[in-house]
Write a protein that binds this ligand. Structure first.
Ligand code: FUB
Length: 452
């Protein structure tokens, strides 16, 4: 492996070697079987889709340009907490007008008009006419297959296509990366611009990219990645009464989270607004990025409250969904680290001390059909216990787990406890660690699973 490309955090090489799994849970990051950046989220017919780019470690012998990005996958969720990977829909060597082996498939987008889905993507043109051109494909389904246009969109060069379709069905293409970002209305065919691109005005100076426009209560929000020289990548926004502007800068949606890119989208799903963005906390390397999502709140006057990245993320998992408690909403006298032993790669709650707890919010118990809780544990001692409580560390105890010796702190075993009484509706779950003696470390906990 090329060291220049991969200087991973502790345990990160495990991630690179992981095999593809079909689904993943909606804690942050959204998926861990592969690396994806630039997540554009869209709701089509009530279902949430994400259209990201893909980051890989360069294959042996490939000198990848800046990022190593070979193509695009699509993800979707039915319940907001379990993601399905629909596989690769476009590879860099399938772009009709693209340079072969470019590994340059940066941030894409997809939008619906009428009963067709239009997928927009930047790629390196084989005619050498620009750093990136923007191509389009059409499909009858949000997950493809797409019929790819033979040529790129004329009159447009740049990265990061961001599409917006207004209530009157007119569509706009936003794009660019650099000091300036651009907007152009699209023709009804969605494959050509209707007028030459114009600069999106009144944005602060500095490098910008990742244009994404949405509309809320009649206000157009132009959101973008913005590099402040003293801070690095932030996500900012500007508002207008017209999709083409002029826009007025309003501030940041997210502060810089680390040294590298951030790229986002904003979507309303089931009455809640969500910010999708990326980070590289899984790989520890800012060119192997992972998709994340957190709720976003608006103030009365329409301005946006800054979003802080969480581990817990979005979604309300229920019976049959694995609760990765290491993606906590609160934790005390316990820590999180990479899971060990033969367990599939991931994280666990560890160094659990008496009186410590880990809280996982928004679990849907439905209509009282939950009967048992399973816990995936590893333990090198046999004194103590942990309890599952509702809503707070002092809330009602619904399950008790005596701690069993599993063969060591990395020998994993699934244990089970009955749920006491009937639990209905949505609750926060709190796992409280207990011990009679002066024990410092009670159990390692990977996940919980509620069963009927
Ligand atoms: O993912 C490659 C590039 O990095 C994107 O096009 C930019 O928005 C930034 O995220």
């Amino acid at each position: 492996m090329n060291k220049q490309w991969f200087a991973p955090a502790r345990g990160a090489s495990l991630w690179v070697l992981m095999v593809l799994t079909i689904t993943a849970k909606a804690q942050n990051p959204l998926v861990t079987h592969s690396f994806h950046a630039d997540p554009t989220a869209r709701v089509f017919d009530g279902k949430l889709y994400v259209y990201p780019s893909t980051d890989i470690v360069p294959p042996e012998g490939v000198e990848a340009p800046r990022f190593c990005m070979p193509g695009y996958n699509i993800f979707s969720t039915e319940n907001g907490s379990t993601w399905q990977d629909h596989g690769t829909i476009l590879d860099h060597n399938q772009v009709p007008w693209g340079k072969k082996n470019s590994f340059g498939m940066w941030a894409p987008d997809c939008i619906k008009k009428g009963d067709k889905y239009y997928y927009y993507y930047p790629a390196v043109p084989k005619d050498g006419s620009a750093f990136r051109r923007i191509g389009v494909g059409v499909s009858d389904s949000p997950t493809g297959p797409f019929r790819w246009e033979k040529s790129y969109i004329k009159g447009v060069s740049g990265i990061d296509p961001g599409l917006f379709k207004d209530d009157d069905d007119k569509a706009y293409l936003f794009f660019g990366g650099g000091e300036k970002l651009f907007a152009a209305p699209l023709k009804d065919n969605m494959k050509e611009i209707a007028a030459p691109p114009v600069e999106v005005t009144a944005l602060p100076s500095g490098y910008k990219e990742g244009s994404f426009v949405f509309k809320r209560n009649g206000i157009y929000y132009f959101t973008f990645a913005h590099v402040f020289t003293d801070e690095g990548y932030t996500i900012g926004y500007a508002t207008s009464e017209d999709p083409m502007g002029p826009y007025a800068y309003r501030g940041k949606i997210m502060d810089n989270i680390s040294n590298g890119t951030n790229h986002h989208s904003v979507v309303e799903y089931k009455g809640q607004w969500i910010l999708f963005y990326h980070w590289w906390d899984v790989s520890g390397f800012n060119k192997l990025r992972s998709m994340r999502a957190d709720y976003i709140q608006f103030k009365e006057d329409g301005t946006i409250k800054k979003v802080k990245p969480t581990l817990r993320g979005i979604g309300t998992p229920g019976i049959g969904d694995t609760l990765q408690t290491d993606r906590y909403s609160n934790i005390r006298l316990a820590e999180v680290t990479y899971v060990g032993g033969n367990e599939p790669a991931g994280w666990m709650v560890c160094n659990t001390e008496p009186g410590g707890f880990v809280k996982f919010d928004r679990v849907n118990f439905g209509e009282g059909k939950a009967r048992k809780i399973q816990a995936r544990i590893a333990c090198g001692q046999r004194v103590g216990s942990f309890e599952v409580r509702l809503d707070s560390p002092k809330g009602k105890v619904i399950a008790k787990f005596p701690v069993t010796h599993t063969g060591g702190w990395n020998s994993w075993k699934t244990i089970e406890a009955e749920i006491a009484g009937s639990v209905e509706g949505i609750h926060d779950l709190v796992v409280v660690f207990k011990a009679e003696w002066g024990l410092k470390k009670i159990v390692n906990l990977n996940w919980l699973l509620i069963r009927d």
